[in-house]
Design a protein around this ligand. Structure first.
Ligand SMILES: [Zn+2]
Length: 186
């Protein structure tokens, strides 16, 4: 663990405490599991969210995904690279993916995933890394298509990934060339 100044520790403590308060709110309200997440920009809280899986009848409504969504909506931007995320618990693979896609620059988490596992949540990072436990329990079979489907999918990638080439043609388009200029998909 790298050394942090006392100021930074106090600051992290303040925002992490807020995320933990949200986790309690999730349980007290019945909205979902005991998880909270806070997005911070320039030392100010942008959004403070908790797990809404029960409330929204949505297994993807984890605190971190909810926080990323709400922060993007509130800031009207899809890039949160000027933001930090504080989360009460080590994020699951889905949330880590969402955090990564949003380009959040820094994440601070409270509990290790083992704590979440102890409270009945068993789909966390170590499982993803080891490919064991919940991934097997879920009976989820993951296969990569072969034959023609795979070729078509790979051609789509090959056509669309070089965004720089697309941007040359994107100057008069509202999509602004990000992340894939839509003309390339036509
Ligand atoms: Zn999650």
């Amino acid at each position: 663990m790298e050394h942090q100044s006392n100021d930074l520790q106090d600051r992290d403590h303040k925002f992490l405490t807020k995320a933990i308060e949200e986790a309690y709110k999730a349980v007290e309200s019945g909205d979902g599991g005991p998880f909270g997440a806070v997005v911070v920009r320039n030392d100010e809280i942008v959004v403070s969210c908790h797990n809404l899986v029960n409330k929204h009848t949505d297994p993807t409504a984890h605190a971190e995904v909810t926080a990323v969504r709400e922060a993007c909506t509130k800031l009207n931007q899809i890039d949160l690279s000027d933001c930090e995320l504080y989360t009460s618990c080590e994020p699951c693979p889905m949330c880590l993916g969402a955090i990564n896609l949003s380009r959040i620059k820094r994440m601070v988490f409270g509990a290790k995933a083992e704590a979440a596992t102890a409270s009945g949540f068993v789909y966390f990072i170590q499982d993803a890394i080891t490919g064991t436990d919940s991934y097997q329990k879920a009976n989820l079979e993951i296969i990569q298509a072969d034959g023609r489907d795979a070729v078509i999918a790979e051609q789509l990638n090959n056509k669309t990934i070089p965004a720089a080439a697309a941007e040359e043609r994107a100057t008069d388009c509202i999509c602004n060339g990000w992340p894939i200029h839509h003309h390339n998909l036509l």
